[in-house]
Design a protein around this ligand. Structure first.
Ligand SMILES: Cc1cc2nc3c(=O)[nH]c(=O)nc-3n(C[C@H](O)[C@H](O)[C@H](O)COP(=O)(O)OP(=O)(O)OC[C@H]3O[C@@H](n4cnc5c(N)ncnc54)[C@H](O)[C@@H]3O)c2cc1C
Length: 561
């Protein structure tokens, strides 16, 4: 290994943001080096749903959906305020569709419209119900050959049969595999392909969602022969707040100095596993759980801080959240299951706090659910998801799949609590039994009328999208009345962070005085989010990650606009 290297652009971190910058910069003619701390690409992105929020994107328009950047701007005005991050927001909205078209036209990073996928505050002006989110096309991991092992796998909780990825559209056919011939054929094809894969690969090669996104970026980089150094960690910057000219890497114990003529891009995934930054930026009590990749330890943010870069002002809204349950894993450790869309909005589930009271519209977005846990008047960390036996059989709960014949198995392995009566369940989980029974009884009256006069469950497009359309009168509210009853504890867990290095609209890192530091860029979760801590819709972090990656690469290659 050379002790010194000269390149045009050094990119640190091979998650979606870093790989995207490296790819565009290479296409624009730069000599790029990508360094990655771990031995795999993908970071948190590999375990994500892979959705991108791109208002006015042309993939949705081509499919007949109507959206425009101006409407998204009105929505963000209502959600985060008119002046908030104006320059970045304008750049994001103006460049978003063109950036995605660029990836689609020039690389193997291909997208399709999500169609109907409501924004998370779908009752605000400018919110979209459809046509604003896109997802990567599934990817055939076999195209990567031996490099397939370099793609970080999804979390085990998202894999079937120990290694098979499925998308949302696969769930109904798999659950109802004996209900129709079409379902049976669909399921048989999925499982057949998976079994064949397992003869040669450590997991299934039909990649979906975030795994497809990172595999597509990686494949595109490989096809362009962009060099990637694995187990290569950025540990220092060359230069200071007046200009950065390269960085020091630690590569398998050796130090490598990289001189970078056009600069260094920090894309190391943010600070989720850095205690100092968590204490600094996150709500109190600081959440004990994170779904971010364990290697995201705030390295780049600390490097920027050291040379006088501006960080997001301290505030409470810097986690992007999901409620997560703790799952027992085969090796005795605990995993995390994010309660994103599958259970909370369905009819027949409530969430209660320690006082046995509801504190939230259970069908709100996963981010808003956790904000409500923090805002609850009585302790709601953990909060308890409560349902009955009819619900769990029909919809599942967390890692309990719908239709499971023996939910009691999940009681025996410690995942959930089960009791023959509501009072018994309250005693098991330590909530006020009297209040708990009243809460459930009141909720059951809402199931009859269809109107949740306490929290409005089922009133928004988002609620109904994740509910059960066949359930009347309200697709999100059903009786909790058939024992045994179940309770599952959920905790706040960040899936991304929104605080980070402050940048301009071209992702150039700023000093405390607001001056760009020549040669230093930040993208992805290293960059302070354009959404300023809010979570407008599906794809809130990956959308901006790929758009600002594109802008950073263009500026590095061609100079500031
Ligand atoms: C369950 C789940 C679902 C999600 N779904 C979505 C979704 O649908 N849409 C969306 O927008 N967001 C989603 N997210 C969030 C999204 O995955 C992250 O915001 C996104 O991956 C951040 O991208 P990144 O490139 O900044 O960081 P990462 O993807 O985390 O990649 C960072 C990389 O940097 C490397 N690194 C760290 N330190 C160093 C160092 N010192 N030197 C070199 N390399 C380093 C890491 O090893 C890692 O490979 C989801 C997250 C989770 C957990």
């Amino acid at each position: 290994m050379d002790v010194e290297r000269n390149v045009d652009l050094l990119v640190a971190g091979a998650g979606p943001a870093g790989m995207a910058v490296a790819l565009v910069a290479s296409l624009e003619g730069l000599d790029v080096l990508l360094c990655e701390k771990s031995d795999q690409v993908g970071g948190t992105g590999a375990t994500s749903a892979g959705t991108l929020w791109i208002p006015g994107n042309s993939q949705s328009r081509a499919a007949g959906f109507d959206d425009a950047a101006e409407r998204a701007d009105a929505y963000l005005n209502a959600l985060v305020g008119e002046g908030t991050r104006r320059e970045l927001r304008d750049a994001f909205l103006q460049t978003g569709p063109a950036a995605i078209d660029y990836y689609c036209a020039r690389t193997d990073v291909q997208f399709m419209p999500c169609g109907r996928h409501p924004d998370y505050r779908s009752n605000l002006p400018g919110a979209a119900v459809e046509g604003r989110a896109i997802i990567p096309l599934p990817f055939d991991g076999r195209l990567l050959g031996d490099d397939f092992r370099r793609v970080r796998p999804p979390i085990p909780e998202f894999l079937l049969l120990g290694g098979m990825m499925i998308g949302k559209a696969d769930i109904a056919p798999l659950v109802g595999r004996y209900r129709s011939f079409a379902n049976f054929v669909h399921s048989a094809k999925l499982i057949g392909r998976y079994l064949l894969d397992r003869l040669r690969y450590p997991r299934g090669t039909r990649l979906m969602m975030g795994n497809a996104l990172v595999a597509r970026l990686f494949y595109s980089l490989r096809r362009r022969a962009v060099p990637i150094l694995f187990e290569a960690e950025i540990v220092d910057l060359l230069g200071d707040r007046d200009g950065v000219t390269g960085a020091r890497l630690r590569v398998a114990g050796d130090e490598v100095v990289v001189h970078a003529r056009k600069g260094v891009v920090l894309a190391t995934g943010g600070f989720a596993h850095n205690k100092r930054f968590r204490d600094m930026f996150m709500a109190q009590p600081v959440a004990a759980h994170s779904m971010s990749f364990s290697g995201n330890s705030g390295d780049a943010i600390a490097l920027g801080e050291r040379i006088g870069a501006a960080l997001t002002p301290r505030g409470r809204d810097s986690g992007l959240w999901t409620p997560a349950s703790l799952t027992p894993r085969g090796d005795g450790t605990k995993g995390l299951y994010p309660h994103i869309i599958l259970d909370r909005a369905k009819p027949g589930l409530i969430a209660v706090n320690a006082a046995g009271r509801r504190f939230v519209n259970e069908a709100c977005s996963y981010h808003d659910f956790v904000l409500a846990m923090y805002d609850s008047p009585e302790p709601a960390i953990p909060a308890w998801l409560i349902c009955d036996s009819v619900f769990i059989r029909r919809y599942g709960l967390g890692i309990v799949p719908p239709g499971h014949r023996d939910p009691g198995q999940f009681e025996r392995n410690g995942y959930l609590s089960r009791a023959a009566s509501l009072a018994g369940l309250a005693a098991m989980i330590g909530v006020d039994a009297n209040q708990f029974e009243k809460t459930a009884a009141r909720h059951n009256t809402f199931a009859e009328t269809g109107a949740d006069t306490d929290f409005g469950k089922g009133e928004t497009e988002l609620n109904r999208f994740n509910g059960d359309a066949s359930h009347k009168p309200n697709p999100c509210i059903g009786r909790i009345a058939t024992p045994p009853y179940y309770a599952l504890a959920v905790w706040p867990a960040d899936i991304a962070v929104s605080a980070g290095l402050e940048t301009d609209a071209d992702a150039r890192v700023l000093t405390g005085e607001g001056r760009p530091i020549p040669g230093l860029f930040a993208c992805g979760n290293d960059m302070a989010s354009v959404m300023a801590g809010s979570y407008p819709g599906p794809g809130t972090t990956l959308g901006p990650a790929l758009v600002f990656a594109y802008r950073a690469a263009m500026v590095a290659a061609h100079g500031a606009r």
